[in-house]
Design a protein around this ligand. Sequence first.
Ligand code: ZN
Length: 65
Amino acid sequence: MSLPDDRFVPPLANPPLEPVPMDGCDVCRALVRDREQAHKTGRLDVVRSCNAELQNHPHPYWEVR
Ligand SMILES: [Zn+2]
């Protein structure tokens, strides 16, 4: 027995839970831009590394509003 093809759906183009950029941070802005481009081109490895960097790079307290 085989499943019909319409049981399969493509991966989410925009996974709902991704790190959000901090306002006013150039690093975040660049990473989000790269991540959007990576989503469009299907580079999920790049998406993952952008998300990891977004989560891990530090923000000095004077940048946090
Ligand atoms: Zn940042």
